[in-house]
Design a protein around this ligand. Structure first.
Ligand code: KPL
Length: 309
């Protein structure tokens, strides 16, 4: 299974290192320094036990360097790069190949489907955690389940990917309800990401401080009401408990939105809390807390040059 991972950040690097011993794996990145480091010495992954392993995966910065067709393309970019990633995928994907998005937020699958067709696009979520330490260096920060959604007619292809992931040590299962899957991950990000970025705290703090927990609970309750109004059948009967649990198991992690804000990069607010606001408006559900969180993150991004040190 020729595999190409588009997006060589923490998660892309982690998946490339784990998959490379099992299937031929390459990484696409627009970061030339990162690609050079990977191609010179391999991608170095510091495992959760502190052991370092080097991946045989190599990196490309131009789709023309690929020179083959990919059976599996995994998109691990930030949501703002999905259109570009989907366009590259449409050039490099085999006729009967599959593009899998493991990204945060809503709307990525639709963009990929538009580029490669519904039959060749699938979505998944992962509770694997990783941190990009520098060019060519990734740390495995936590291991949790990965779930892939098989759309109509995709069962065989998805089962093959699930088998490869499990062989690579990425515990993976399959579901048929992709919408519920994406909403269950969205609700976690809705509760954690914006608040941790605004308060500049690790995930665990949200479950320990009651003022934080109240806002987290309100944001999550709005998202659950929107999902219910849309007819999404959430797998978890008490989604807030699930969010609290993620805060605890990832207590020392900096959320991806906090990392974006600290590095001065645009956040994924529009596809997380912003998506809840949009879907709420479409379905007649008020979402004032998500609206406020979205506006505060946008204000934070816009005022970075004005900040008093
Ligand atoms: O997905 C995440 C993110 O940071 O984007 C969580 C689950 C909140 C872990 O940090």
């Amino acid at each position: 299974m020729e595999t190409l991972i588009i997006g060589a950040g923490a998660m892309g690097g982690l998946f490339a290192t784990l998959l490379a011993p099992v299937v031929p794996t390459r990484l696409f990145t627009t970061n030339a320094e990162h690609a050079e480091a990977i191609n010179l010495a391999g991608l170095s992954l510091t495992g959760m036990d502190g052991r370092v392993r080097r991946s045989a995966a190599n990196a490309l910065t131009d789709p023309r360097q690929y020179g083959r067709c990919a059976d599996l393309i995994i998109i691990c970019t930030k949501a703002r790069s999905t259109s570009q990633a989907a366009s590259i995928a449409s050039q490099l994907l085999a006729k009967d190949g599959l593009v899998l998005t493991l990204q945060n937020g809503l709307g990525n699958l639709e963009l990929i489907q538009a580029a490669v067709g519904t039959a060749r696009a699938a979505a998944g979520i992962t509770a694997q955690a990783a941190t990009l330490l520098g060019p060519g260096q990734v740390r495995h920060a936590g291991s949790g389940p990965t779930v892939l959604a098989a759309g109509p007619g995709q069962a065989k292809k998805i089962d093959a990917v699930v088998a490869v992931f499990n062989q690579a040590g990425i515990p993976t299962s399959v579901t048929k309800d992709g919408e519920a899957l994406l909403w269950s991950k969205l609700i976690i990000n809705v509760g954690i990401n914006a608040l941790t970025a605004l308060l500049r705290v690790p995930n665990g703090t949200l479950a320990q401080i009651s003022e934080c927990e109240i806002i987290m609970a309100q944001a999550v309750a709005e998202a659950v009401t929107v999902a219910t109004a849309m007819g999404v059948r959430l797998p978890d009967e008490a989604p807030l408990n699930g969010v609290r649990q993620i805060c605890e198991v990832t207590s020392s992690n900096q959320s991806s939105m906090l990392q974006d804000i600290l590095k001065g990069r645009p956040s994924e607010i529009d596809v997380i809390n912003g998506a809840v606001v949009r879907k709420g408006a479409e379905n007649g559900v008020p979402t004032p807390v998500n609206q406020m969180l979205t506006q505060l993150i946008k204000a934070l991004e816009a005022t970075s040059a004005h900040r008093i040190p």
